[in-house]
Design a protein around this ligand. Structure first.
Ligand code: NAD
Length: 293
């Protein structure tokens, strides 16, 4: 079998076109969705991510601003700055680029963001909502995976989904989203015994490990859907995922490539969450329960 390639760029463009229509509709109510991105320190990779987020906002008519703060910023100053953004009505979404430099507490800063502006979805209130019911802001990467599956018409209900990785930004929220969609979910991690055996029982396999080409083709059940969240840089500078793409594509029915798979969806879902935050300020805003329908 040669797997269908799930093209994250095409799917991302599809959702961005929908979001652009919604941005245009909001303009008629005098609202332009606004995202503020805060970056502390001078990590070059983080600066590239932040610039890409701002550019993506502008590409669909949203407003964005980037706030670079020095790595010497204190916890109190960072919290106070986030609070100024909380108070500005034209800013609907706030994102603090993580990880923060050493000495600053990521969690404390996330909790300082007003929950209704937490478009990354990492605030306790939104993570709690994700577990109990449904978050208004599902974390962008696992939400992007759900949207890819939805776009491709892949049945989730009744399927066995295996996630490799239990991080707060990918693995755990991915498990909650798949569970809500009716999958039977297994979460594997660094202490899992006989990982290949778990993988072989997966109808949907999501790899979020951070180890290049880690998942081998013979670990994959014939016909499974393989979603590769990993982004790893090889010594030659090329990017690769957590899945050994060529051997996996021989066995899977569908697979995401790296680059060009989950990556583009992450930023697109950030746009979607920011747009939703802006729409939620309208009277008679539509409830979140329709978002993952
Ligand atoms: P993380 O380091 O926080 O978590 C990695 C997880 O992998 C851990 O839960 C760990 O238990 C598990 N793990 C490590 N070694 C393992 C092993 N030998 N067997 C089984 N499990 C093992 O990483 P993260 O933030 O969740 O990111 C994972 C990957 O996804 C990274 O490559 C990251 O760059 C990528 N990522 C991509 C996007 C995107 O937009 N596509 C977004 C976020 C993260």
């Amino acid at each position: 079998m040669t797997a269908k390639i799930i093209d994250g760029k095409v799917i991302s463009d599809f959702f961005r076109a929908e979001y652009k229509r919604r941005v245009d509709r909001l303009a008629s109510s005098g609202i332009r969705p606004g995202l503020a991105v805060v970056i502390v320190g001078d990590d070059p990779a983080s600066q590239v991510y932040v610039r890409n987020k701002a550019k993506a906002c502008e590409s669909i008519g949203m407003y964005s601003e980037v706030h670079p703060l020095p790595s010497t910023t204190s916890q109190a100053a960072l919290t106070a700055f986030v609070e100024t953004l909380n108070a500005r009505p034209e800013i609907h979404g706030i994102l603090v680029q993580l990880p923060l430099p050493k000495g600053l507490d990521d969690r404390a800063v996330i909790e300082a963001i007003a929950a209704e502006k937490d478009v990354d979805g990492f605030h306790y209130a939104n993570m709690g909502a994700l577990v109990i019911d449904e978050s208004p802001y599902p974390p962008c990467t696992p939400y992007g995976v759900m949207k890819m599956l939805e776009y491709e018409g892949i049945t989730i209900e009744g399927k066995h989904a295996v996630i490799i990785g239990r991080s707060n930004i990918v693995g755990k929220p991915q498990a909650m989203l798949l569970l809500k969609a009716g999958a039977t979910v297994t979460v594997c991690h660094s202490k899992t015994q006989d990982l290949p055996a778990f993988c072989r029982s997966a109808d949907i396999l999501v790899a979020a490990v951070g180890r290049p080409n880690f998942v081998e083709g013979h670990w994959i059940k014939p016909g499974a859907v393989v979603i590769d969240v990993g982004i790893n840089r090889l010594p030659d500078g090329k990017l690769c995922g957590d899945v050994d793409y060529h051997s996996a594509a021989e066995v899977a029915s569908a697979i995401t490539p790296v680059p060009g798979g989950v990556g583009p969806m992450t930023i697109t879902m950030l746009l979607g969450n920011t747009l939703h935050a802006a729409e939620a300020t309208l009277p008679n805003a539509v409830g979140m329960e329709t978002r993952l329908a």
